[in-house]
Design a protein around this ligand. Structure first.
Ligand SMILES: [Zn+2]
Length: 377
């Protein structure tokens, strides 16, 4: 909660905590709580990442970072249920020109009572485990700093430096715990060892699909709770979910033929193929491309202005519909044969080439490809 940082106090009063073996476990299989044992060495370099400027809240994250959420799960997995909160978009109380670390989602307040012997022992155990073996766990989880019971702790090099904390809040009812940017992104070694997955929120009612038009750019689509198509973008960070409308059965598919372009397809409630696209500036409306499909579609593109869409038909064979912008647009549906238990997977490795896959009625994988002139085999 309220706290100030007093870095200047560190240099003379700093006390290197003894790196005891307390709490250090050897590497091995995952613990029953779902997290791997504490690491006893880590490649991660300790670093302190300050928060950006306040700028009226423009730099706030909108919620806890993935790393903060996993850290909170780890605290609860080790020391039981507790109130942990602390996302708050506000300036740093000690320096109003900067955003609080609470505003960028990298600080958690773990509510423990310094007057409670059990809680005190829990925090002591946390500190011992963070500090052991050259502060391996602190570095591996990206923990950079915490405050507890009138003391502040800074991870520096391969040790944890402790000094008195004299900010307005003595932190006797909670541990204020900060992660650096790498830890907040689950990029440090312990989280990679833990096989972390980042929740991107939303409420999905069918499988997601993703397309990319450039390095560092992702466009994810999925069906939402109202059976419309939802879209989420990554570009220097994730944007919020956006409802693209439409009404579909099953999951949508997305493909890009080049920078600034996304094409989205879904099986409409009328079982026809439905289509919507982003042209770099705006979304088109939904259009029906006809057909009667019995699976989710998948799409590939081998060139700018080219789309190839596939889906299973009523006779359980695979159907194909292509778009060629410089040849008048959409071609009719073509039956490519085969007998399938589900939907297609399609991809292009370059101009004129499409590889198409499906699950056959004997559960084997079946493959067919377009070499630029014909479908083979
Ligand atoms: Zn705090």
């Amino acid at each position: 909660m309220l706290h100030q940082r007093h870095w200047k106090l560190f240099t003379s009063a700093a006390v290197a905590l003894a790196a005891t073996a307390l709490g250090a476990a050897s590497a091995g299989p995952a613990q029953a709580n779902g997290f791997p044992p504490d690491v006893t060495s880590a490649p991660d370099v300790a670093r302190y990442d300050d928060a950006p400027s306040w700028s009226g809240g423009a730099n706030c994250s909108g919620g806890f970072t993935p790393g903060a959420k996993r850290m909170q799960d780890w605290l609860r997995a080790n020391w039981g249920s507790a109130t942990i909160q602390g996302y708050s978009c506000r300036p740093n109380t000690a320096n109003p020109s900067k955003t609080s670390i609470h505003g960028v989602g990298r600080a958690s307040d773990w509510f423990r009572d310094a007057g409670n012997a059990t809680h005190r022992a829990q925090v002591a155990s946390f500190i011992a485990r963070m500090s052991a073996n050259g502060a391996a766990m602190a570095r591996a989880t990206g923990v950079q700093y915490w405050i507890w019971n009138r003391q502040q702790y800074s991870v520096q090099g391969t040790s944890v430096q402790r000094s008195g904390y004299s900010g307005p809040n003595p932190h006797t009812d909670h541990v204020h715990l900060e992660q650096n940017i790498a830890g907040s992104r689950l990029e440090t070694s312990y989280w990679r060892l833990a096989g972390g997955w980042e929740s991107l929120g939303g409420t999905l009612t069918a499988d997601a699909d993703v397309a990319s038009w450039a390095s560092g750019r992702l466009d994810v689509v999925a069906r939402g709770p109202n059976n419309s198509v939802w879209h989420k973008t990554y570009q220097n960070g994730w944007y919020g979910w956006k409802d693209l409308g439409g009404q579909i059965i099953g999951g949508p598919t997305a493909v890009s033929w080049g920078p600034g372009r996304i094409d989205v397809f879904g099986r409409g409630t009328d079982n026809a193929l439905h289509h919507k696209f982003w042209n770099g500036t705006a979304w088109s409306g939904w259009e029906s491309l006809g057909g009667t499909i019995t699976s989710d579609p998948d799409a590939a593109s081998w060139a700018s202005g080219r789309l190839d869409v596939f889906a299973r038909g009523t006779n359980n064979s695979m159907f194909h519909k292509a778009y060629q912008g410089d040849q008048g647009g959409w071609y009719g549906w073509a039956d490519l044969g085969g007998q399938f238990l589900g939907g297609p997977g399609a991809v292009s490795w370059g101009a004129g080439r499409i590889d198409l896959f499906g699950r056959g009625t004997n559960n084997a994988l079946f493959h067919k490809y377009w070499n630029g002139q014909s479908w083979l085999p």
